[in-house]
Write a protein that binds this ligand. Structure first.
Ligand SMILES: [Zn+2]
Length: 280
């Protein structure tokens, strides 16, 4: 996969423009490189990641349908062509992650993959997509994730790990990249760390069993052991990504820090343990 060189960066493109804004997902964000051949192309509020390979592009998550033009523009700004997207991988079935799928399919003819569990849930309970009146173009996945069979895109392999909790089929992604000295680094994205769907009221509304709280804890304990060098936030705020972008320098990748992953997971482990104790 070849791409045009990156244009020079504006002086301060990453300042959060949405202080107090009610719809921060409408705020454009300059794309940036998170790791080799791995780029942030989401908006200021919800993430989308572009992976370049020797056989086209993969996109993890799509943002929302009315904002998908921001993703398209970010892909183009990086010198890529959205038509080269071969695979769209979905972290979970909430609107802010799947809302853009249909529009992106119309630009690329990519293959869409998600978990079988979330496909089932969004069909059983479309109200739980939470599109809240925003347009939602339906789609049918071309395949389902299998934790034992990594997604292959050219020479890149993306391992998926079913991570139930936020939704029954939330999926996390892990893939190798390289540091500046050619050293192997592992990128990781947890597919959905929010406990907002695990409150008593939320479970009553979604019909999910209370046991999904324990599933969330078990999954987090397992994921914590994965030595993630570079953490990608499904929402950048989870790991303060936008606050780190202006620290990117040749020879210094501010996202390369194993403590970011364990810090994120430990924070959620503490929250779910508290919720389980309160419910006991
Ligand atoms: Zn969600």
């Amino acid at each position: 996969m070849t791409r045009k060189p990156l244009p020079p960066l504006p002086t301060d493109p990453y300042e959060c423009l949405c202080q107090g804004c009610e719809r921060p997902w409408e705020v454009a964000n300059e794309p940036f490189q998170v790791a080799k051949d791995t780029f942030y192309v989401g908006n200021n509020w919800v993430g989308a990641y572009l992976l370049a390979s020797d056989d086209g592009l993969a996109l993890i998550d799509t943002t929302m349908q009315p904002q998908v033009y921001l993703v398209l523009e970010n892909i183009r700004k990086l010198g890529f062509d959205p038509a080269d997207i071969r695979k769209i991988l979905i972290s979970h079935m909430h609107y802010d992650h799947i809302g853009g799928v249909r529009s992106l399919l119309e630009h690329s003819g990519a293959e869409v993959m998600m978990s079988r569990e979330d496909w089932q849930f969004m069909n059983d309970r479309p109200d739980q997509i939470f599109n809240e009146g925003y347009p939602f173009g339906s789609f049918t996945p071309d395949g389902f994730f299998d934790d034992d069979v990594p997604v292959q895109l050219g020479s890149r392999r993306i391992r998926t790990v079913l991570s139930p909790g936020h939704t029954p089929g939330t999926t996390s992604f892990f893939f190798k990249t390289e540091g500046e000295d050619g050293e192997a680094l592992l990128c990781g994205m947890h597919g959905g760390v929010g406990l907002n769907t695990l409150s008593d009221a939320a479970l009553a509304g979604s019909g999910q069993p209370a046991s999904i709280r324990q599933d969330f804890l078990n999954s987090m304990l397992k994921l914590r052991e994965i030595p993630v060098d570079i953490t990608l936030g499904s929402h950048p705020k989870q790991v303060e990504m936008m606050e780190k972008v202006d620290q990117i320098r040749p020879g210094h990748n501010p996202f390369h820090d194993r403590a970011i992953w364990t810090g994120l997971i430990d924070g959620r482990i503490a929250q779910i343990r508290k919720l389980l104790e309160e419910a006991a």
